[in-house]
Design a protein around this ligand. Structure first.
Ligand code: 6R9
Length: 631
């Protein structure tokens, strides 16, 4: 997929370069590395603080770094409140379009009223500073109101992607010991209603910590409401308690803002914890510099808010920068494959940020769909989630961007909070490379011993420094956080991303993919362990292994190997039933492509499934070192 030897270089047009927010990279990069704290202090100065920080970076408890320690802020103070006293007050904050064509708009002033009301409703339900509120909603404005309402009162939100299902939701509620769940009756996808409340009901049965469930009416689905636990949002918001005025809680810069669960190497998903101060600075700075956001821009990050991309670049970064954001709930090809292009034309979108899997999916329908529309409002295009293959890159660049829009390919992770490797609009581009480190970041590629590898050689991607947007820990598990991600070498802590990569002769970084048991399926991050545990939860399955194999549209597709319980015979019907079982437990994105029934699985002597052996076999490749294999 990657082509580090590609000699093609795309230089941005004079037009784009002339208006770039950051006109030059190298000198500012050097400054940011040599004066990291000054650089970040300079960015933090552009935001509002109730009280300035005492120290930009506190390394005393490394790798548990603290940023802007002693400062008082609240992300909502910057994302909403400060816009109410300037020219943004009546500017459009959110434009929302539903799949059936419904449109709702909110100015910053309108957004503030909604957030305040939601915050007052939460308070009336006893939600306090530090409580974890789980949010399981479709892509509707209320999802954003709910996130901001939690932040406003100092509660910690835990958004569970609306495409996940019972088991995924239940385990996240349980880990967070959440007392309050915010959901909706249902969502829309391809003209069909998706019954979220029923999934939420099943999850609440499995994880009984939820005492209050607030349900937004989105599509008139018949749902069950349990008398003392479940409340309609529209009933609560009509009460006098839900006033459109609510003070924003003055928090410490290091107070937790949210947890977001993501898949890791082993076992249960990890609740990555982000905080108010550093995350505000990092998301807004990266968004302003890499995506060159201007006051009059209309910004569309077509991700789900339930993914880190949505948290950082639908909600927080853009709102802090006072942008107008587009939100669309529905399928990109419904009712026809021109839906996205129609939205870009209709609303005059200037910057589109999406994933390679979405680009490949739309490319499949051919050029005639985008060609029906005037896409000349576009100035920049972004990509995130997995390496973008040069074919998709060129189509995006030529057909969608008419050859004029730089492709901002951004490498980062749930853990990093914001962009880590990405071009600026002025950077000459090589299709498939996320180019160079963002300001303040030193990125190296090392071998197993931690030594930097030569140019063009593959190795592990590490980050040699702290940055303000970094996750602070895994919720309630500092040890796991430290041991999973951090290594101390010669008194310096280094962050291990879990990806393999190369750096070419020009210092461009080419990310190859995950090295651990994490799969990127259609850009979504799934753990083999979660898929396997969903399979094993089926009564007829004894053991299971999941691997990812290359897939034209999805990037990776899930293939599974299953050992059945004694006396159970494999059949096509059972294979289908198992695939559906995984979809029901975890969500449709986790549904395996196929199930192969096997008698045994390749394992190490310590009993670990050797997925790389299964993968090599499936691809007809060399199985590699089998010295630890016990079969
Ligand atoms: C933002 C996000 C993180 C993993 C990461 C890497 C892959 C993301 C990429 C990319 C190549 C890019 N990844 N962006 N690989 N080029 N531009 O995706 O977060 O869901 O936590 O996944 O995604 O493998 O380690 P998350």
């Amino acid at each position: 997929m990657n082509d580090a030897n590609s000699s093609e270089l795309f230089t941005p047009s004079i037009d784009v370069m002339e208006q770039a927010n950051v006109p030059e990279y190298q000198a500012l990069y050097d400054y940011s590395i040599n004066n990291r704290e000054d650089f970040w202090a300079g960015q933090a100065e552009t935001l509002g603080w109730y009280k300035k920080w005492d120290k930009v970076l506190d390394e005393s408890k490394a790798p548990f770094y603290q940023w802007f320690a002693g400062g008082k802020t609240n992300i909502v103070h910057n994302a909403v409140d400060r816009h109410l006293t300037n020219a943004n007050r009546n500017k459009m904050a959110i434009i929302w379009e539903g799949e059936n064509g419904q449109v709702r708009n909110y100015s910053y002033n309108g957004l503030n009223r909604e957030v305040c009301q939601f915050a007052n409703v939460l308070k009336s339900m006893g939600v306090e500073k530090g409580d974890v509120v789980t949010i399981y909603m479709p892509q509707i404005p209320e999802l954003i109101f709910a996130m901001l309402a939690c932040a406003k009162i100092g509660a910690i939100h835990s958004v569970v992607y609306g495409g996940f299902s019972t088991d995924a939701l239940a385990s996240r509620i349980e880990d967070a010991q959440s007392r309050v769940l915010l959901t909706a009756d249902g969502g829309w996808r391809r003209g069909k209603a998706i019954d979220l409340k029923t999934i939420a009901d099943n999850a609440m049965k499995r994880s009984p910590t939820i005492e209050v469930c607030i349900c937004v009416k989105n599509n008139d689905l018949e749902v069950e409401m349990e008398a003392t636990r479940d409340f309609w949002y529209h009933d609560l918001v009509a009460l006098p308690i839900a006033s459109p005025k609510c003070d924003t809680e003055q928090l410490d810069a290091e107070d937790p803002l949210f947890i977001l669960y993501t898949s890791g190497t082993t076992g249960s998903p990890k609740g990555m914890l982000h905080t108010h101060g550093g995350y505000s600075v990092y998301t807004s700075t990266t968004h302003r510099m890499a995506f060159d956001i201007k006051p009059e821009d209309r910004w569309w990050c077509a991700a789900d808010p339930g993914w880190i991309t949505g948290h950082s670049y639908i909600v927080y970064g853009p709102l802090i920068n006072g942008a107008t954001i587009m939100l669309y709930e529905g399928a990109p090809n419904y009712p026809y494959p021109n839906r996205w292009w129609q939205i870009i034309e209709k609303y005059g979108i200037n910057i589109l940020y999406t994933s390679p899997t979405a680009i490949r999916g739309l490319m499949r329908f051919g050029d005639r769909w985008p060609k029906k529309h005037d896409l000349s409002s576009l100035r920049l295009l972004g990509s995130v989630g997995e390496p973008i293959n040069p074919e998709a890159w060129k189509w995006y660049h030529q057909v969608i961007g008419n050859g004029n829009c730089p492709i901002i390919d951004t490498w980062w992770q749930t853990e990093t909070g914001g962009l880590m490797i990405c071009p600026l609009p002025i950077t000459p581009l090589k299709p498939g490379s996320a180019t160079k480190p963002f300001f303040g970041n030193e990125i190296t590629i090392v071998d197993d011993e931690g030594r930097e590898v030569a140019a063009n050689e593959e190795g592990k991607l590490i980050i040699n420094n702290p940055w303000p947007g970094m996750a602070r820990t895994i919720f309630k598990d500092d040890e796991r956080y430290k041991s999973l991600y951090w290594n101390e070498v010669g008194g310096k802590w280094r962050y291990l991303a879990g990806d393999s990569a190369k750096k070419d002769d020009d210092g461009y970084i080419w990310v190859i993919g995950r090295m651990d048991e994490v799969l990127k399926v259609s850009g979504y991050r799934l753990g083999t362990a979660e898929i396997e545990s969903a399979l094993v939860s089926h009564p007829q399955v004894t053991e299971a292994a999941a691997i990812g194999l290359p897939h034209e549209l999805k990037g990776n597709a899930i293939h599974t190997y299953v050992i059945l319980a004694q006396g159970v015979a494999g059949s096509d019907e059972l294979a289908l039933a198992l695939r559906e079982h995984v979809a029901k437990e975890m969500g449709r994105i986790a549904m395996p492509e196929d199930v192969t029934f096997v008698e045994s699985l390749p394992k190490t002597r310590s009993g670990k499934i050797m997925r790389r052996v299964l993968k090599a076999r499936a691809l007809g490749q060399d199985e590699g070192d089998l010295s630890t294999l016990e079969e």
